[in-house]
Ligand binder design. Structure first.
Ligand code: GLU
Length: 480
């Protein structure tokens, strides 16, 4: 009897084991599931360094990268935009999202709960203060000050670590409703003393907040990476890592870095402040001229305005020692070719300068894709078309891509060195000036776009949101 039931039990166990193996082998992996259902859900947040919408539609560093990953998998990208960092991780936990791509820092704490793909960016965390007040250089200057950071962020984690290991007297507040732009604004207006942000965010946003600066760095060399749920099935993670190791992805990252961060750092504090002041004082006078020229040649008027600012600070009577004159700084020859009879007439100058720029863009041809085509046209406007072409040839000879601004921008400055320019057609050129010129215009352009968006956002803001905000703030007291 006993032997019989043992036999029966063994049989049953074998059947169960077989069934388990069969089901395990037929259950598709995470990667297969994604491919079969035909879409991948990526959760992100709405910020200048991750995802936002501009005139051309959806864009942003993380958005573009996520779109490439979806293409790589051959599936559709479904984007969830979370309201807070806490919600991003929640969506991973509940399975609402497959991957989080949101400028997320790989902290030790998070790595206990989530898996991270290969890092694609390194940042540090910096304390931000209002210029004109005392710059915080030491940790000991932080306690007793009003400091707010985003709740559940890597900054909150860093502050907790600092408090636990080095500075028990540290205290601060956290809010899930405040993101980096809100916090920089609050520092700038003096509402709070400090905040903590990622260095890449600060670099990108500095021109919009000229009155804030960076003090002490609280952590260095932090990796940012996409996050995935902690699951035994690592097929999607492995595929993500495979994507990041592809040559094409590395090229895309270099390209994204150039487009989002490559032009930063040229506009200093004084320059940014003056620009914002002039924007409110002078721009309105010339805006209609920029708009009609932009319409005629399919430019964004704000790009032409940014160019006009770089040329003359919107001064129609500007004159340089080289003989170029007017708001768009035309040479006498160019002006007469374009039918500009009076270079000091703002309207004529803007019309002529825009037409000249459009001509350069045409000459470059469609093998140079936008926005690189526009950046190269601007460089040609500044240094001359011949020199730009020399730089493009040099780029090619040196193994770069002459149709990418990020490669041409490295060759242009070489035209001032004899060993490089001696074999070129047009010889010596102050190529680095052309590079600075383009970078400045891009920066001014970004600020003009931002200003317009801010104006709309402010108009839409309600007091209701402010009430909610104060309710959602958590104060983290000192340990002592
Ligand atoms: N890197 C931050 C994090 O992982 C997000 C960006 C920010 O809040 O400044 O939480």
């Amino acid at each position: 009897m006993l032997r019989k039931s043992v036999k029966l039990l063994t049989l049953l166990a074998t059947i169960v084991a077989c069934l388990a193996t069969v089901t395990a082998s037929v259950r598709p992996s995470k990667l297969e599931t994604v491919k079969m259902r035909g879409y991948i859900t990526v959760v992100t947040r709405n910020s200048p360094t991750t995802y936002f919408e501009d005139r051309g539609g959806k864009t942003g560093y993380e958005y573009e990268l996520a779109q490439s990953f979806a293409d790589y998998l051959g599936v559709e990208l479904r984007l969830n935009v979370a309201d807070s960092i806490g919600e991003i991780y929640q969506q991973l936990e509940t399975g609402e999202a497959d991957i989080a791509a949101a400028g997320l820092t790989q902290t030790d704490e998070r790595q206990r709960w989530f898996r991270y793909a290969t890092p694609y960016q390194t940042v540090s965390e910096v304390v931000v203060y209002k210029r004109g007040t005392r710059k915080p250089r030491e940790l000991s200057e932080l306690p007793g000050k009003m400091m707010i950071v985003t709740a559940n962020s890597s900054h909150s984690w860093t502050l907790r670590q600092t408090q636990a290991t080095e500075l028990p007297s540290l205290s601060w507040s956290e809010s899930a409703d405040l993101d980096v732009t809100d916090l920089l604004h609050m520092v700038e207006t003096g509402e709070i003393d400090f905040t903590l942000v990622d260095s890449n965010e600060f670099r990108l946003l500095q021109a919009y907040f000229p009155n804030v600066g960076t003090g002490i760095t609280l952590s260095h060399e932090e990796s940012q990476a996409w996050a995935l749920p902690m699951s035994a099935d690592q097929s999607l993670l492995e595929q993500t890592n495979q994507f990041f190791s592809e040559r094409r992805t590395r090229q895309q990252l270099a390209n994204l870095n150039e487009r989002y961060y490559g032009h930063l750092g040229e506009l200093d504090y004084v320059g940014a402040k003056r620009f914002l002041r002039q924007t409110s004082r002078k721009l309105d006078d010339y805006k209609p001229y920029f708009q009609s020229a932009a319409e005629k040649h399919s430019f964004d008027w704000r790009l032409l305005a940014a160019m006009g600012y770089q040329e003359s600070h919107w001064n129609p009577t500007a004159t340089s020692f080289t003989g170029v004159r007017g708001l768009m700084m035309l040479t006498l020859g160019t002006a007469s070719d374009l039918g500009v009879s009076d270079r000091l007439d703002a309207e004529q100058s803007i019309r002529g300068g825009s037409e000249y720029l459009a001509g350069l863009r045409r000459r470059l041809g469609s093998q140079v894709a936008e926005p690189d085509r526009t950046w190269m046209s601007l460089a040609a406007y500044n240094v001359g078309y011949g020199h730009l072409q020399d730089a493009r040839r040099l780029t090619y000879e040196m193994g770069g891509n002459p149709n990418l601004w990020r490669d041409v921008k490295d060759s242009l400055p070489l035209l001032s060195q004899r060993r490089y320019h001696k074999n070129t057609r047009h010889g010596y050129a102050r190529g680095h000036e052309a590079v600075d010129y383009v970078q400045n215009i891009r920066r001014y352009y970004d600020v003009l776009v931002w200003n317009e968006e801010q104006a709309t956002a402010v108009a839409e803001q309600s007091t209701e949101a402010e009430v909610q905000l104060s309710q959602s703030m958590t104060v983290i007291p000192p340990l002592l």
